[in-house]
Design a protein around this ligand. Structure first.
Ligand SMILES: NC(=O)c1ccc[n+]([C@@H]2O[C@H](COP(=O)([O-])OP(=O)(O)OC[C@H]3O[C@@H](n4cnc5c(N)ncnc54)[C@H](OP(=O)(O)O)[C@@H]3O)[C@@H](O)[C@H]2O)c1
Length: 299
């Protein structure tokens, strides 16, 4: 006997909701995209209608109508809504970073624990099939001394659909570094400390130490310009290097994987996932500490 699909609500109607969350929700087995809420009622209506879903003017009404919620809103908007949803017993497909303020991240974790709901954070690199194969290989081999990573995006170009207010405000440190921290954490072990500095035009440099003794570096920018855009990562040891696979552009397959894993956890009553809200909070601590150090150096 197959069970009825889980009803998901989508919070947010921007570019990312349209190109990633809505199509992934609509195409993932075991999920019905049941409703959409956005502060722009017309945008919510249009997006919902495209998928035969209902649009809601009121976030509480959306929450009452669904089993789970997927978020595509800025982190400081996501955190309080997600906490209210968790307390109402709704499972969470979250975006990174899970919050900006650490107190709000802690509050969200407390709400998830209280509501005993399942959660997954969409650290996209952790859900790409080829990256998972690489991680499985490098972690099986072990013994790495360290890692080097860089990710230059071009989201702050005038013409980019990702040139959005929160990203202009928080930059690559909050937008890109969470992805890279989540990857290095999985490859080299839990992060135990971070040292950070920044350049003048949205470029941040982080040095991480990992449990077990490895260390790694990352440089992230959303202002590198299109010509310099790209992602590179490799691990090294006295046996040589292992390079991570290149980035692939389509976000729907990895998001569909994340959603499928969330659904499997909901069905089996499991609330833990390697990329759950607690991991999201831990990654956020690293980023927040990096921000503190950068602010101090600037001051
Ligand atoms: N995992 C990934 O690879 C990946 C990639 C891209 C984005 N993201 C994540 O997706 C999230 C959204 O980012 P974005 O740049 O798309 O954000 P955005 O365009 O600024 O906002 C997305 C949506 O949030 C709404 N919104 C903005 N401020 C709001 C507020 N104060 N109250 C209610 N709604 C509000 C916007 O409404 P309006 O349309 O009315 O402005 C829009 O519907 C972020 O967490 C980001 O990290 C993740």
């Amino acid at each position: 006997m197959t069970s009825a699909p889980l009803r998901f609500g989508l919070v947010g109607t921007g570019y990312w909701a349209r190109i990633a969350h809505a199509p992934a929700l609509a195409s993932t087995e075991g999920i019905e995209l049941a409703g959409v809420w956005g502060r722009d009622r017309q945008a919510a209506f249009t997006l919902a209608a495209e998928y035969g879903a209902a649009s809601y003017a009121d976030i509480e009404a959306l929450l009452a109508a669904v089993d789970a919620v997927a978020f595509a809103v800025p982190p400081d908007v996501q955190a309080p809504i997600a906490a209210a949803a968790a307390r109402a017993g709704k499972h969470l497909m979250l975006e990174k970073p899970i919050a900006i303020a650490e107190a709000e991240a802690d509050e969200l974790v407390a709400a998830v624990d209280e509501g005993q709901v399942a959660s997954v954070v969409f650290f996209i690199l952790r859900f790409r099939a080829e990256m998972r194969a690489w991680l499985a290989d490098v972690t099986a081999r072990g013994g790495w001394a360290g890692g080097l990573t860089s990710w230059f995006g071009s989201s702050l170009l005038e013409t980019s659909p990702f040139n959005t207010p929160w990203r202009r405000d928080k930059g690559a440190l909050w937008d890109i570094a969470p992805h890279v921290v989540s990857l290095l954490w999985a490859a080299l072990g839990p992060v135990t400390s971070v040292t950070a500095d920044a350049g003048p035009v949205d470029v941040s440099h982080l040095i991480l130490h990992h449990e077990g003794g490895a260390s790694s570096t990352m440089t992230v920018s959303q202002n590198g310009g299109e010509a310099a855009a790209g992602f590179e990562a490799y691990l090294w040891s006295d046996r040589g290097r292992s390079a991570a696979p290149p980035m692939t552009p389509d976000p729907v397959p990895p998001l569909s994987t994340a959603l499928s894993e969330l659904v499997a956890n909901i069905r089996s009553g499991r609330t833990e996932h390697p990329c759950d809200v607690r991991f999201g909070r831990d990654v956020g601590h690293v980023v927040a500490e990096a921000q503190r150090q950068i602010d101090q150096r600037r001051a």
